[in-house]
Design a protein around this ligand. Structure first.
Ligand code: SF4
Length: 173
């Protein structure tokens, strides 16, 4: 540091500039956090600071590994995630994707329930349907495929093959 400073002439003007830069470096992030739009913050609002707090054990479902996690819940809303230390697979660690799980959970584009396409393919027009209606539609189509002798026309695209969901899909094969 001393070597770097050798030969530098610190004038009153450069000292003031340095102070301004240092001050901006401290206050700018605070200003941006307060004023820039933040889809995550706008969607969920600031974390509720009042209310009962719990840490709920859970499993990350963002890939087939299924790491154990703890969700920090305040007033019934998940506000934080960390690895579950006692989980034999990840032993308290989470990858960046898992740590960003709340952004996935609260993303405004996340489907909150089943939807039925109402337009033509690629028109991207959908309407929400209830779970009962969705199950009935799926069951009716699966039965039709079986009765027509064309079960090979049914396919599933999923990465969750190591989970119970994967086992259920295997039983359909
Ligand atoms: S934390 Fe990462 S590795 Fe573990 S289940 Fe989630 S996405 Fe997969």
């Amino acid at each position: 540091m001393i070597g770097l400073m050798e030969g530098l002439e610190i004038t009153r003007r450069s000292f003031l500039k340095l102070g301004l830069i240092a001050g901006a470096g401290y206050t700018l992030p605070k200003y941006l956090r307060a004023h820039l739009p933040d889809p995550f913050r706008d969607e969920v609002g600031p974390p509720p600071l009042q209310g009962p707090e719990t840490w709920s054990p859970s499993v990350c479902t963002l890939c087939a590994a299924g790491c154990g996690m703890l969700a920090r819940v305040i007033a019934g809303k998940a506000v934080g995630i960390k690895g579950l230390p006692t989980h034999p697979l990840n032993r308290g660690k989470l990858c960046p994707k898992g740590l960003a799980g709340l952004q996935h959970l609260y993303h405004p584009d996340l489907l909150r329930g089943p939807a039925r396409r109402v337009g033509k393919r690629r028109e991207d027009r959908w309407e929400s349907v209830g779970w009962d209606e969705a199950y009935e539609m799926i069951a009716e189509r699966l039965i039709r495929l079986r009765d027509n002798g064309t079960p090979d026309r049914f396919g599933v695209l999923t990465g969750a093959t190591a989970s119970l969901t994967g086992k259920l899909f295997e039983r359909l094969g």
